[in-house]
Ligand binder design. Structure first.
Ligand code: TYD
Length: 334
């Protein structure tokens, strides 16, 4: 089920469209009647809740959609799940899972030498986006403690990989570099993220769904801390290698340092020990192998990129980037 707002795209599902276990419904998680009808029709043994507004820059320029989808939507989905769960027999109730997919951003920002976030790190969200996800996590936790609904929360670090909507750092830089457009790095480019290949994240979610303990939280991270500067440099190097004849090579010449994001969190890093020790999960991709696969995917899927860069995408690019300008600070351009 998906609402198919700006980043939703049924084309991303063509590989599974013919599978017997797959069906699609277009609906909003704020629509209780639609949820009730869907649960009644399919009688699922689990709900995986990925539905969210997820882009920090959008949450800064327009926070309301984040409150509506991430907080109210999660509340409505929990209510629908609780009502449905009560209709199950006790074996089904025990086996049922509500898996809430969240973010490491709820833990706030780390200093360079701080230990990475673990499941006990206190919440300290800094953006309207992360505050809305923190609120939804608290609701999910409360439904376990108050009603016994078998919920599990996962908090992941920054995902990347195929089908990533090109408003986020990695797909934005790849698509811009291919078109010879500027590569806009916010601030000094020294903000650090812990990159997780999307396939590794999906494998973690399957494990948590099968063997995770209700009421628990599991952090998912790739142990791949990189500054934005390093990420963009690595992307440029891969593109130089895969597209040596591009008129834009060397691609690093496209890098521009632009006005920073307000309240920009300095560093995120995840300690995934619990997931590794309890459920035996390991990331299969290194940052280098995952990034190469990702760049190759964007090279092979130019048509997909063209389609998602529709009118509303262009409006967003104008809204987010035209006012940032280019920073004069020459020392950043090396
Ligand atoms: P993003 O992909 O938006 O994820 P998040 O903010 O959830 O971590 O951004 C990742 C990092 O890249 C973040 O530090 C902001 C930075 N960034 C840029 O420097 N330029 C950009 O154009 C974008 C979209 C992000």
């Amino acid at each position: 089920m998906d609402c198919l707002t700006y980043a939703g795209n049924l084309r991303n599902l063509t590989a599974v469209a013919d599978k017997p276990g797959y069906t699609f419904t277009r609906a909003n998680i704020c629509d209780r009647a639609a949820l009730d009808a869907l649960l009644d029709e399919h009688r699922p043994r689990a709900i995986l809740h990925f539905a969210a507004e997820s882009h920090v820059d959008r949450s800064i320029l327009g926070p309301e959609a984040f409150i509506e989808t991430n907080i109210r939507g999660t509340f409505v989905l929990l209510e629908a799940a609780r009502a449905y769960w009560k209709t199950l027999n006790s074996a089904e109730q025990q086996a049922f899972r509500f898996l809430h997919v969240s973010t490491d951003e709820v833990y706030g920002s780390l200093e360079p030498n701080d230990p990475p976030f673990c499941e006990e790190t206190p919440y300290a969200p800094n953006s309207p986006y992360s505050a809305s996800k923190a609120a939804s996590d608290h609701l999910v936790r409360a439904y376990f403690h108050t009603y016994g609904l078998p919920t599990i929360i996962t908090n992941c670090s920054n995902n990347y990989g195929p089908y990533h909507f090109p408003e986020k750092l990695i797909p934005l830089m790849i698509t811009h570099a291919l078109e010879g457009k500027p590569l806009p790095i916010y601030g000094d480019g020294m903000n650090v993220r812990d990159w997780l290949y999307v396939g590794d994240h999906c494998r973690a979610l399957r494990l948590v769904l099968e063997r995770g303990r209700p009421g628990e939280t599991y952090n998912v991270g790739g142990r791949n801390e990189r500054s934005n500067k390093e990420v963009v440099a690595a992307l440029c190097a891969i593109l130089d290698e895969l597209r040596p004849d591009s008129p834009h090579a060397p691609h690093r010449q496209l890098i521009r340092y632009v006005k920073d994001r307000p309240g920009h969190d300095r560093r995120y890093a995840i300690d995934a020990t619990k997931l590794e020790q309890e459920l035996g999960w390991r990331a299969q991709e290194t940052f280098e192998t995952g990034l190469r696969k990702t760049v190759q995917w964007y090279l092979d899927n130019a048509e997909w990129v063209r389609e998602v860069q529709s009118g509303s995408y262009r409006d967003w690019m104008d809204q987010n980037y035209t006012t940032r300008g280019e920073m004069a600070a020459q020392e950043h351009t090396r």
